[in-house]
Ligand binder design. Structure first.
Ligand code: PLP
Length: 398
């Protein structure tokens, strides 16, 4: 195939042309600073207010509970640091699931060096939080629990409602990183019962560098970015008006077409998974078989390094990710797969395919064929691959 195939939508998505159209006037004609008191400012402050209303409506929040940030990483950092510091006089124990995004894990590790105690809560073999173990990890001085809505590497959807209820009963702040979930599965802060929730526009066909931290009204956390009076004096910095407008439009479109998009991408994903598991030997599907994001397929290929697979697929114009995009470049095995109990060998051989609304069945078939060929070639070269398996015919007759 001459065309490039993009199966890395969990890393980022292209901006939807309708989103871009909405954004464009705010770069040139409507460029006023929303904090300015003249007509130029009034024009953009209205656009920001409308965007805030739209976003709040999409997730069942009040507009005053929406805080714009520079993306998911900042929102995650703010939620965890902000809650930790504001609640430090009540308790200094923080619980974060072991499969969180590095934006949470790294922040938790930094807080651990600053006098807080952190427990990385265990997950089961699918990467889902274990409620019993989580409850046992809670102590009288626990003030914060952070568990993502859905995992970025393996796509497993977490029992966030149950976790929120548990935290509420014990008076603990519950935060969920919904960066992978927003625009992909239904998301309502009130239904979940979350005290805080984060998401990022570039994961749902919006622009990069813009995100949201939802903070339930009544909850006070410390600010992360000091400066002007933007975001009710809670997050300084001139508002990125085009990005805010684009994020609202992207979330509106994603929310309106949620079921249709989920059905479309999951059909492609399911066919791909079916073919890979049937036609390639020694493969493991990582993550929960059903409770997973509609677009995610993550496999471990035994006897092969994920990086070699990624580069071989790239040579065939197929873009995928090994582990999470944010931590690729490092040769560390995925902390998510290790937390799920995968041996290092399998954790090293993992590849994530994440599908999008512009992908087709033909692309999935082309990729499955290419993958089959590549796996055979790489295993033939692999010193780890047992000789007696080399002539095995696959798929085996049932
Ligand atoms: N949280 C999760 C679950 C993610 O997948 C990502 C990005 O990959 C982030 C946070 C960080 O978001 P951003 O890229 O907007 O900083």
């Amino acid at each position: 195939m001459d065309k490039r195939i993009y199966f890395d939508h969990a890393a980022t998505t292209p901006v939807d042309p309708r989103v871009l159209d909405k954004m464009l006037p705010y770069f040139t004609q409507k460029f006023g600073n929303p904090n300015s008191q003249h007509a130029f400012g009034r024009e953009t402050v209205c656009a920001v207010d409308d965007a805030r209303d739209e976003i709040a409506a999409c997730i069942g929040a009040k507009p005053s509970e929406i805080y714009f940030t520079s993306g998911g990483t900042e929102a995650d950092n703010w939620a965890l640091r902000g809650a930790a510091y504001s609640l430090a006089n009540k308790g200094k124990h923080l619980i974060v699931s072991a499969v969180e995004h590095p934006a949470m894990i790294a922040t938790a590790k930094e807080l651990a060096k600053k006098g807080f105690e952190v427990t990385f809560a265990e997950v089961d073999e699918y990467g889902a939080a274990d409620l019993e173990k989580l409850e046992k990890a809670i102590r009288p001085d626990t003030v914060f629990v952070g568990v993502m809505t859905a995992n970025n590497e393996v796509g497993t959807i977490q029992p966030v409602k149950e976790i929120a209820a548990l935290c509420k009963a014990k008076g603990i702040v519950f935060f969920t990183d919904a960066v992978q979930a927003a625009g992909a599965i239904p998301l309502n802060v009130k239904e979940i019962g979350a005290d805080m929730l984060s998401f990022s526009a570039h994961k749902f066909y919006g622009p990069k560098g813009i995100g949201v931290l939802y903070i339930r009204s009544g909850l006070k956390i410390e600010k992360l970015v000091s400066g002007g009076h933007q975001e009710r004096s809670m997050r300084g910095g001139t508002t990125n008006v085009p990005a805010v407008v684009g994020m609202a439009e992207a979330l509106r479109i994603a929310t309106q077409n949620l079921d249709e998009n989920a059905a479309y991408v999951s059909a492609i994903r399911d066919r791909f998974i079916h073919r890979v598991l049937r036609e390639i030997p020694y493969v493991k599907l990582n993550g929960h078989p059903e409770k997973r994001l509609p677009a995610n397929a993550n496999f471990s290929f035994r006897y092969i390094e994920g990086e070699s697979l990624l580069f071989s697929l790239d040579l065939k114009n197929i873009a995928v990710s090994s582990g999470s995009a944010c931590s690729s470049g490092s040769l560390e095995p995925s902390h998510v797969l290790l937390a799920m109990g995968l041996p290092e060998g399998l954790a090293h051989g993992s590849i994530r395919f994440s599908f999008g609304k512009d992908n087709t069945m033909e692309e999935a078939d082309y990729a499955a064929d290419a993958l089959k060929e590549i796996v055979v070639k790489l295993r033939a070269l692999s010193p780890l691959f047992p000789k007696e398996l080399k002539n095995e015919v696959y798929p085996k007759e049932q």
